[in-house]
Design a protein. Structure first.
Length: 195
């Protein structure tokens, strides 16, 4: 349901006020905010995400916490599935990033030129995929996990590297990839698994 709403929202934004909203968001840039957002956006980076999830597996093992181990272990496929999906779509859709001269234009069917890879936002996709898995393990922390994922998406818009529709599309893909992996996660025979 959430994925469908994000896709519809992204389509509407592309047809209407995507560039305008992107421009408005970029007017909020201040040196302090940009510095904070550059750090916060790293939560959606696949290298940082992989490192944190591997760390969760290791810490879970050392602390004999199977729940933490399982979350780290099963969130990794969600991260990689969302990242792979995003990369394939980026090079099929070929949308120019906001800060470039031809901002928002499409150059399909296939492209591999730097800067023509705006739709969908990979950082947002990966942040939401991981959030879904974390919420599976700790549902009470859903506002925190989804809030952090949303912050990653908002940071991408304000930093000027993605349009709002790119972020909504990324959230939809991340939610979908996370949901696919969550099904496997919920079937686990370990004590903390939810059915």
């Amino acid at each position: 349901m959430g994925s469908s709403l994000c896709v519809v929202g992204a389509a509407l934004l592309i047809m209407t006020g995507d560039r305008w909203l992107s421009h408005i968001a970029q007017t909020w840039q201040t040196p302090t905010l940009l510095s904070m957002l550059r750090q916060g956006t790293l939560l959606g980076d696949w290298i940082v995400g992989s490192g944190l999830l591997v760390l969760a597996v290791g810490v879970g093992y050392l602390l004999r916490c199977p729940r933490l181990q399982a979350v780290g272990l099963y969130a990794l496929p969600a991260l990689y599935l969302s990242g792979l999906s995003t990369m394939l779509l980026k090079h099929m859709v070929c949308r120019t990033r906001p800060l470039l001269l031809e901002a928002g234009t499409f150059h399909p069917p296939l492209c591999f030129q730097a800067g023509i890879d705006s739709l969908p936002s990979g950082h947002t996709t990966q942040a939401f995929a991981i959030a879904v898995m974390l919420v599976s393990a700790s549902p009470r922390l859903a506002p925190v996990f989804y809030g952090l994922a949303a912050m990653v998406g908002i940071s991408r818009i304000i930093l000027g590297v993605h349009f709002p529709s790119d972020v909504l599309a990324g959230a939809a893909i991340g939610l979908l990839c996370g949901a696919l992996c969550r099904r496997q996660f919920q079937r686990l025979p370990w004590p903390g698994a939810r059915t």
